[in-house]
Design a protein around this ligand. Structure first.
Ligand code: GLC
Length: 434
């Protein structure tokens, strides 16, 4: 039966009835049912790779160098002569993403600098028509697909290169030209590379959604890519929110925290503020616990090679994911937040306790309101002895040093959906004694 609140058209489409007759109209793509269908893989995936690559990679001084350093357009354009990446450099990114346990990739097709990595009929300022001489977006898709990864594109609406990129805010003729240009690009990236899994808009300065004609933009996107998902940076809510450089969960909608591994998105040769693999794993756990995704960035050099530190960090994260990925993928929002030395994720009634500061031979987890039925190490499957009272469950006979790195994870099977109540501990614990 057609579920309540679902349009007949959506229902028929979901049931797979006669494709042509049931093609969704663009309006249906904003329905919750269709969103759920389009976003299923993404919610399960949890972990993706962001890639910032462009002419700024030649400079190696952050992707905002053009603006921060006040570089004139004509001078900046010269970089296109030096941007000649090694063929199929993206293959190494896709391999690394896969080894790190990432399930999807999102690459900058055009950043604020205005240079397109894809072949555009609308401008000569694109990789195939400059020294690179190749369609780098095409290579990227081939690489991602080759590793069985989902592939999305980032696209910046703000454009520091286009003559109408700022003028559009005060001149209607310029706005018309510029919006046609931007919509034209979006049409190209949605039409020329097969399936696009994510469209990741960025900075909508200097217009608002009305000025960008963002409703029409999204409608076109969904007509061309009925299965895709879009973010919220073209001035509309889209399918998911995009907290940047920090993890803030949205309560009632999908969200993805994007983050750099050092302090720059684009390649920055001297930026040495690298996160440790442990910080990355903890961030991933924090996202998964609150029902979000983690999109972690690499900034390849101009030749396409990945900075050695990024490779080192992601390789370590990948080893941890090989043993513990099951506690992340397809996990659900988890009410249990853990304590000062641990955090948690969950699937159904299984609670995954992630211990990041090892307490020694006994780990005491306070405030769990469920009965623990069994406990084991996730990495080895080895059972763990435990005792439980009203206020704590204690995992016993643990080794003095953490057996896994950078985080050791236990799976606890509970008698219900995991719930923690620290206030219960504070209020109810008997105050007897001296
Ligand atoms: C910001 C920055 C940009 C980066 C993006 C990633 O908007 O301007 O450089 O690409 O965030 O989220």
């Amino acid at each position: 039966m057609q579920p309540k609140g679902m349009s007949r058209r959506t229902y028929l489409n979901m049931m797979g009835a006669g494709a042509a007759a049931t093609r969704l109209s663009a309006a249906d793509y904003t329905s919750e049912q269709d969103r759920e269908r389009r976003m299923k893989w993404w919610h399960e995936a949890k972990f993706g790779m962001f890639i910032h690559w462009g002419l700024y990679s030649v400079l190696g001084r952050h992707e905002w160098a053009m603006e921060y350093e006040g570089i004139p357009v004509a001078e900046y354009e010269q970089l296109a002569k030096k941007f000649v990446p090694t063929p199929n450099a993206a293959r190494a990114w896709a391999k690394l993403a896969k080894a790190a346990g990432m399930k999807y990739m999102v690459m900058t097709s055009k950043h604020h600098e205005g240079f397109c990595l894809f072949n555009s009929k609308l401008t000569p300022y694109c990789a195939p028509k400059q020294a690179a001489g190749r369609d780098l977006v095409k290579e990227y898709f081939a690489a991602a697909r080759g590793e069985g990864l989902r592939a999305g594109l980032y696209y910046s609406l703000m454009d520091w290169h286009h003559p109408d990129g700022a003028l559009c805010a005060k001149d209607e003729a310029a706005r018309r030209r510029f919006v046609d240009y931007i919509h034209g690009h979006v049409r190209e990236i949605c039409s020329n590379y097969g399936k696009l899994d994510v469209l990741w808009y960025d900075v909508n300065w200097p217009l608002k959604a009305e000025g960008w004609e963002s409703e029409r933009m999204n409608k076109m996107v969904f007509e061309l890519q009925p299965d895709t998902i879009v973010n919220n940076r073209n001035g509309l809510p889209g399918d998911f929110s995009t907290p940047e450089q920090h993890i803030v969960a949205s309560k009632d909608r999908a969200w993805e925290a994007c983050m750099t591994m050092n302090d720059s998105w684009g390649y920055h040769a001297s930026d040495d503020a690298w996160k440790t693999p442990k910080t990355v794993v903890r961030n991933l756990i924090t996202c998964a616990r609150q029902g979000g995704n983690y999109l972690l960035n690499i900034g390849p050099k101009a030749d396409g090679s990945i900075p050695a530190e990024s490779v080192r960090i992601l390789t370590a994260v990948g080893k941890w994911m090989d043993r513990n990925g099951a506690t992340i993928y397809e996990s659900e929002r988890c009410q249990v937040s853990g304590g000062q030395f641990w955090s948690a994720t969950r699937k159904g009634n299984t609670l995954y306790a992630h211990i990041y500061f090892w307490p020694g031979t006994v780990a005491s987890l306070g405030g769990l309101r469920n009965k623990v039925l069994s406990a084991k190490y996730v990495a080895t499957g080895q059972p763990v002895k435990f005792v439980q009272d009203d206020f704590r469950v204690r995992l016993l006979n643990l080794p003095a040093m953490p057996p896994d790195s950078p985080v050791t994870t236990f799976a606890l099977t509970l008698d219900g959906e995991p719930r923690q109540d620290m206030k219960y501990v504070r209020v109810e614990r008997k105050r007897e004694g001296v």
